[in-house]
Write a protein that binds this ligand. Sequence first.
Ligand code: SF4
Ligand code: SF4
Ligand code: FES
Length: 336
Amino acid sequence: MSEKVKVTIDGITVEVDNGTTILNAARQIGGDIVPPAMCYYSKLEGSGGKCRTCIVKVTKGSEKDPRPMPKLVASCRTTVMDGMEVLNITSPEVLEARAGVVEILLINHPLDCPVCDQAGECDLQNLGYEHGLQKTRYEFERRTFERIDIGDKIQLHMNRCILCYRCVFTADQITNKRVHGILNRGDHSEISTYIQQAVDNDFSGNVIDVCPVGALTDRTFRFKNRVWFTKPVDAHRNCDHEKCNGKVTLWYKGEDVLRVTARKDQFGEVEEFICNTCRFDKKATSDWTIEHPTHIDDTSVIASNHYETLKPIPVIKPNAALQAANEIELHKTVKY
Ligand code: SF4
Ligand code: SF4
Ligand code: FES
């Protein structure tokens, strides 16, 4: 059994396996003290350490060496030590630095939210809302790129990319061969156009799900609807692809399935990657066994006006018309 160590984050102590990062220790506690993570992805080996949104302040290094760490550290890349004490949302210094990180991430970012398919489920939008400034101090022209169609299913809109490398790790680790990467350095960095060739792979569609912003979008869903007007439902099918378990979320508008995505956990990461056949080729309800409405956190705009469970109100009057009306009335206490 692995050795356990204690770490205290924002005053809450948790015992975790030795070697756990501060971010994952915070995730074990849960709630508001979990630092935002734009590049780390627990399912992708080597991810993290790029965006700095997860920075925290280590006020006590460990029981053995209680000196604080001299600078804020990336919690996704710093492992806990026994007796470590960490501040996240209780440190004004961390919040100010995070606001600075968000400002940098947005320096070249277009004002596309009203027309961006990622709006409503965009980590950068949420981050900007929680930590961003109301206006930019940047006076120079934003860098712009031509949009690139990656086959007929995926579109790369490099203007929105935050260079988190998640899609690169996904192509590297989930597909058979990676044919794209990040070229150049500094503000010349961009996803290589070789990404156009990645479409041949059965798992290439997963780059859409891991992209934290609207840089990689599903062309089969593009501009079809705003995500908060759709109804997500968990479903599965017997997929014969050996690496795909066929468990997905279907996004309905009326009777139509507008898009299919992998299921995401509470941290916005996919639970399991899915193949392109499930994602792009199975858009009929008859292709799927429907399970139940997808749970969506109340904090997400997608939760608005959605019902997780339908419970008939107990009938209290013998009047038949009122009884019928009561039976179809829905409780709005539990949403999805
Ligand atoms: S990627 Fe996110 S922040 Fe950027 S335009 Fe799209 S919704 Fe807005
Ligand atoms: S395209 Fe998306 S996933 Fe890929 S590096 Fe850019 S922001 Fe990250
Ligand atoms: S999530 Fe830690 S640096 Fe990006």
